[in-house]
Design a protein around this ligand. Structure first.
Ligand SMILES: Nc1ncnc2c1ncn2[C@@H]1O[C@H](COP(=O)(O)OP(=O)(O)O)[C@@H](O)[C@H]1O
Ligand SMILES: [Mg+2]
Length: 367
C-alpha cells in the first residue's frame, strides 16, 4: 500500500529534523566587481590570497550546510572567520555574491525585495549582540517594534509584545525605558522583540556575548527553556566553546571563511577535524558536555544488561554518572525518556572517554 503524504505548503509544517535552510556553495566577497575574486575562490584560493592579490576582503570563501527544523545550530569561530557574514546572508541583510539559500525549498537569493520582505516578516527574527533597543521607547514599545515595522495594528502588537515580555520574565517592566534596565534585562527585551513576531526561525548573532558570565548563563537557560516550549529553528553565533556546547544541537566551526567541521558537540569533541577545531574546545569539560547516550553502546558480550540495575536517563551528563557507573556490578542500561533502551554504559567506556578528554585538553595528541 502506498501512503501519500500531504506536501508541506507552509514553513511550520516542516517535520522536525528536516532541512529548513539549505545553503549551497555560498560565497561573499566585498568588492564592486565580484568576478576576479570569485574566479580566484573557485580555483581554491584562500581569503589571504584574494586579499593579497586583489586587495578584496572575503567574508565567506565557500559554505554549504543544512539547518534542520527545530534545532539550535551554533556557528562558532574566531573573530573575522565569517560568522556574522553568514548569518546576515541568511536573511539577506547583505547580498550573497554566489550560491543558494533555500528556505523550505524556496531559493531566497532569487526573491524580489517585496517577496523577501514577506518571507522574512513571517519566518525570521534577528537578535543582536548590541541589544539594539531604541532609548526613547519603553520595553513594551521596543518589544512591539518588529510588529510595528510589519504594519501590525497597535492593540494587536501591544498584546503580542506584552505576552513576549512576560515569557522572558519582564511583564512587570513593560513601561520602563532601556536606561532603567540592567544589561541582562535589556537583552531580554531584545529577545522579547524577536519572540513577539513569533518567527519560525531566530537568528542570534553573539546575542549573549556582551553580558556578564552569570547573567549570560541565565540567558542560556532561558533560551533553552523557551526552545523546549517552542521548538523554533535557531541559528546562534558564539565565539565561546562552553556556550556553543551548552546550547547546540549541532555546531559549525568556521575557519577563515570556510566551515572546518559540522557535527554534534559530542561528535566534534570525540573527533575534531583539525588542530584549529581542537584548539577551540581545549579545556572544555567533556564530562559536562557528553551525556549517557553519547557513550551508550551494545554490551560487549551481546547479553542484555543485568536485571535489577536501575537504568540511567540518556540525558544524564557524564559528571553525574561517575559514582553510579563505578559502583555498579555491571554495565548500566541507558534509556530515553520514552523508555526506549539505547544501550549500556560500561566503566571502561566512561574511563576511556574521560581519559581522551584529558588528552584533548592538553592538546598532546594529533590525529
Ligand atoms: N562590509 C564589509 N566590508 C568589507 N569587509 C567586510 C565587511 N563585513 C565583513 N567583512 C570582512 O569579512 C570577514 C568576516 O567578517 P565577519 O563575518 O564579521 O566575522 P565574524 O563575525 O566571524 O567576526 C572579515 O575579514 C571582515 O573584515
Ligand atoms: Mg561577528
Amino acid at each position: 500500500m502506498t501512503i501519500i503524504l500531504p506536501t508541506p505548503t507552509r514553513s511550520s509544517s516542516t517535520a522536525p529534523g528536516e532541512a529548513r535552510l539549505a545553503v549551497r556553495h555560498l560565497r561573499k566577497v566585498f568588492a564592486d566587481d565580484l568576478r576576479p575574486a570569485l574566479a580566484m575562490l573557485r580555483q581554491g584560493a584562500s581569503k589571504a590570497e584574494v586579499l593579497e592579490r586583489l586587495n578584496v576582503s572575503v567574508g565567506v570563501v565557500e559554505a554549504s550546510f543544512d539547518i534542520r527544523a527545530g534545532e539550535i545550530f551554533v556557528i562558532m569561530g574566531l573573530s573575522g572567520s565569517g560568522k556574522s557574514t553568514i548569518i546576515r546572508l541568511l536573511n539577506r541583510l547583505i547580498e550573497p555574491s554566489e550560491g543558494e539559500i533555500r528556505l523550505d525549498g524556496r531559493d531566497l537569493t532569487r526573491l524580489s525585495r517585496s517577496e523577501l520582505v514577506a518571507v522574512l516578516r513571517r519566518d525570521m527574527s534577528m537578535v543582536f549582540q548590541s541589544f539594539a533597543l531604541l532609548p526613547n521607547r519603553t520595553a513594551l514599545e521596543n518589544a512591539a517594534f518588529g510588529l510595528e515595522v510589519a504594519g501590525v495594528a497597535k492593540p494587536v502588537r501591544r498584546k503580542a509584545a506584552l505576552a513576549a515580555l512576560e515569557r522572558v520574565g519582564l511583564g512587570a517592566y513593560a513601561d520602563r525605558y532601556p536606561r532603567e534596565l540592567s544589561g541582562g534585562m535589556q537583552q531580554r527585551v531584545g529577545l522579547a522583540r524577536a519572540l513577539a513576531k513569533n518567527p519560525t526561525i531566530m537568528l542570534m548573532d553573539e546575542a549573549f556575548s556582551a553580558l556578564d558570565p552569570l547573567i549570560r548563563s541565565d540567558m542560556q537557560d532561558e533560551l533553552l527553556r523557551l526552545q523546549r516550549e517552542d521548538a523554533r529553528t535557531i541559528v546562534f553565533i558564539s565565539h565561546d566553546a562552553e556556550e556553543a556546547m551548552r546550547l547546540a544541537d549541532r555546531i559549525a566551526v568556521m575557519e577563515d571563511g570556510r566551515i572546518a567541521q559540522i557535527g554534534t558537540p559530542a561528535e566534534i569533541l570525540r573527533a575534531p577535524a583539525d588542530d584549529y577545531v581542537r584548539a577551540f574546545f581545549r579545556g572544555v569539560d567533556i564530562s559536562r558536555v557528553l551525556r549517557a547516550r553519547d557513550l551508550a553502546g551494545p554490551s560487549s558480550d551481546g547479553a542484555p544488561p543485568l536485571s535489577g540495575l536501575e537504568p540511567v536517563a540518556a540525558d544524564t551528563p557524564l559528571h553525574a554518572l561517575l559514582g553510579r557507573v563505578a559502583m555498579a556490578p555491571g554495565p548500566l542500561p541507558v534509556v530515553e525518556a520514552d523508555g526506549r533502551l539505547v544501550g549500556v554504559i560500561s566503566r571502561a567506556a566512561l574511563l576511556t572517554a574521560l581519559d581522551r578528554s584529558g588528552t584533548a585538553a592538553m592538546g598532546a595528541r594529533h590525529g
